[in-house]
Design a protein around this ligand. Sequence first.
Ligand code: AMP
Ligand code: ZN
Length: 451
Amino acid sequence: MIYFYNTLTRRKEEFKAINEKQVGLYTCGPTCYWYQHIGNLRTYVFEDILKKVLLYFGYNVKHVMNITDVGHLTSDSDTGEDKIEKAAAKEGKTAKEITNYYWKLFRDDFKKLNILEPNIWCKATEHIKEQIEVIERLEKKGFIYRTSDGIYFDTSKLKNYGELARLDKKGLIAGKRVDIGEKKNITDFALWKFSEKPGVRQQEWKSPYGIGFPGWHVECSAMSMKYLGETFDIHTGGLDHIPVHHTNEIAQSEAATGKKFVNYWLHGEFLTFKGEKVSKSKGGLFTISELIEKGFSPLSYRYLLLTTHYRKPLDFSLEALENAENSYKRLKNIVSSLKDDGKVNDSYLHEFEKDISNDLDMPNALAVLWKLVRDENAIGKVKTIKKMDLIFSLNLFEKEKVPSKIIELAEKREKFRKEKNWKDSDKIREEIEKLGFIVKDEKDGFKVERK
Ligand code: AMP
Ligand code: ZN
């Protein structure tokens, strides 16, 4: 049995798939207008673990992830500029070039962090017809209205609007101080926005309502229902999606179909920096490439993420990453020297399986791994750890490749040594040690190892 904490009910529940061993999983993807930072990637690693746990227990997972390439405005309240159009103008590129460029970088990050790609990637711009169809269904049922800038969803028409976020509608209205413009209710949201001046935007389409582009939320409803059906098993995202994006996805999907949209909603907590969500103003907005430039292995970041439960905030710092890297390398060193006795250690594996099926308790699962590694009398270490690494995905059995930067330094040092320039050769040795490696001189050259 697997248990997940369901945001919808605020309880840990036993997971039951709609079709026995087949699971439909929708994870909100990136808005491809800029680099994804390590905060975003925390959410994708949590989702990767979720998927791998389902696969581990024999489920077939149909995983769909969207690419937001239109309609996500700089403000979540349907005002401001389109993030993609803004980036395209700034970088002098087409919207398509911008999306494809950042999408490719995103997929590179997936590879570096051993995250499985979804079975289906879907772009908002390639599903305009499906989004218009959702809006038309809502129109037939009387859920929409027109303002001068677009077509809006009337949230007051839906009895349980805001249930996911436990939104206090009365409180919201009482505390209302923001300008809602022509909207009827503060929580109403755009389904279709009109182009201010048709012909100026790079991305706009004809619709029964006028020339324009879809609102951000409707893409996820239209695409998830297209690929996974009108009711499906699991939908995930970061915590910030609960009050607006996911709340509105539920509203428009359930209003359109009259059915329950999703059975289990799982949300990942934030990566923070000095106690606050990583952001441009507060800092901590590293990319994986930047961490690599600083000499870290991307999988050390994955290891760091495993040390905190996905529903707890994780405060990032370079020191914390360094500690994680040290533990990870130590673990890898020990594991790579183990001999396979052909057996599986059922008792440790059972403990591990209990943890991963208990709402993805990876910190405890990691503790079980360390306990096994340190248990001198345990049998079946290699085969058991291989099974565990299906979820951890830390390449525990792969010999570490020494980074090319370190090899270059070692070669430079070798040259100085040949010239008997001991001062410079020692300087480089120290530099290499600072980066976590040691050079060992051998009869016919040198060997570099992790410290
Ligand atoms: P976006 O590209 O802004 O739509 O975000 C992509 C994903 O990253 C979403 O699931 C967000 O909820 C998630 N996310 C954004 N910031 C953070 C953060 N600091 N920590 C964890 N997840 C985040
Ligand atoms: Zn979404």
